[in-house]
Design a protein around this ligand. Structure first.
Ligand SMILES: Nc1ncnc2c1ncn2[C@@H]1O[C@H](COP(=O)(O)OP(=O)(O)OP(=O)(O)O)[C@@H](O)[C@H]1O
Ligand SMILES: [Mg+2]
Length: 363
């Protein structure tokens, strides 16, 4: 069990800067998820930690020790790849037992260890089967088991749940989190799925184009995104972004298209004043922080339903407010006709304000 520290890590491939001056500390026994879109540099970062890639600048430390001169094998980390390769001719038992073979263990000790691990992964009834006789999710758990029996100093996981169907993915998310607690080990996990990041990480690091945008607890990242990229990337239904200007005289936010004007509560007013150009702001409102009503409300904006998406346990309405389209999440029971006229209220207490030029959060 180790802490892992990335210190100003940079990795280039020709003209591509895959990882750009990345600094991140993962505590011993912490579960940290790096989340970012494709090409963000997630795999490259993990490969640098594992020693499979040599950084151009910066370094990786385990428990504060520079590991530059430590070979991948000696780093003693378990790397679970996205495309786990199991030995096709070996049974699940033999696949999991494989890393133990190199150690001086009796057959009984190996059996006990494999069975203990398989029970943790809920695959102990499948140990006699070969990979071809297992579902994708079961194969994935065999691959995890093979990594787990090694008892490494840390686990590196590269999108290990990508090949699973929606339900199994949800199940494995909570299983993995439980397993991490049980193993009481450091997990460095990367994914492009923000749901995985929010649901599993003790902390989340948001990476894009090699650059770290924000590190924080899931709640911090969701409630206080540091910039437009994080605000847009985190959240199952994308945050609404509305161009507006702050009018100091009246304390109002006025939309760029002139379609609406809303009084800014003190928090947003203070934020707006931090901007070099309060005339060029972006109001961010999550779809769950927009309230629709069929009755005219005090201070509500006028809108019209453009598209309705019933999603089973909730609905998403795209509502036109002037030329702007706003996504609104409502309970499944809130039914509106196509083209219905609605009044729209933003929960300004939960709204965000961003600077257009710097893209940084002001609130
Ligand atoms: N061996 C390589 N040679 C050249 N370029 C590479 C190499 N490996 C990665 N890259 C480039 O570095 C960038 C980061 O790649 P990386 O695989 O780390 O992204 P990622 O975040 O893991 O993406 P994905 O979610 O698609 O797996 C990309 O632009 C990629 O094309
Ligand atoms: Mg990758």
């Amino acid at each position: 069990m180790s802490s892992i520290t990335l210190q100003n890590l940079t990795k280039r491939f020709g003209a591509t800067v895959a990882v750009n001056d990345l600094s991140l500390h993962i505590d011993d026994r912490e579960f940290v998820v790096v989340v970012g879109p494709t090409g963000a540099g997630k795999t490259t970062t993990l490969r640098c930690v594992a020693g499979l890639e040599k950084p151009d600048d910066g370094m990786v430390l385990f428990d504060g020790q520079d590991v530059r001169s430590v070979s991948p094998a000696e780093r003693d980390v378990a790397f679970v790849f996205q495309n786990y390769a199991l030995y096709p001719r070996k049974t699940a038992f033999e696949n999991i037992a494989f890393p133990l073979q190199a150690r001086n263990l009796s057959a009984a000790e190996i059996k006990a260890e494999v069975e203990r691990t398989a029970r943790m992964l809920r695959i102990h009834h499948l140990l006699d089967r070969r990979p071809a006789q297992l579902s994708g999710g079961e194969q994935q758990r065999v691959a995890l088991g093979r990594a787990m029996v090694r008892r490494p100093r840390a686990f590196l996981m590269d999108e290990p749940l990508t090949n699973l169907d929606f339900q199994l993915r949800a199940q494995m998310r909570s299983e993995l989190k439980r397993i991490q607690r049980e193993l009481d080990n450091t997990f460095f996990y990367v994914t492009n799925d923000q749901v995985e990041a929010l649901s599993m990480g003790d902390r989340i690091a948001v990476l894009n184009a090699g650059t770290l945008h924000q590190v924080g607890t899931p709640q911090e990242i969701y409630e206080h995104p540091a910039d437009l990229f994080v605000a847009a990337f985190i959240g199952s239904i994308r945050m609404n972004f509305l161009r507006c200007a702050f009018i100091a005289d009246t304390g109002a936010l006025v939309s760029a298209d002139g379609g609406w004007s809303l009084p800014a509560p003190p928090r947003l007013r203070e934020g707006a004043q931090k901007s070099k150009d309060p005339g060029q702001l972006i109001l961010g409102v999550r779809p769950e922080d927009v309230l629709l009503s069929t009755e005219a409300g005090n201070g509500a904006l006028e809108g019209q339903v453009y598209v309705a998406e019933p999603l089973g346990n909730h609905n998403v309405y795209n509502v036109r407010i002037g030329p702007a389209l706003v996504r609104v999440k409502t309970p499944a029971t809130f039914m509106l006709d196509a083209e219905a006229r609605v009044s729209v209220q933003f929960n300004m207490a939960r709204a965000h304000l961003f600077d257009s030029a710097t893209e940084q959060a002001l609130t």
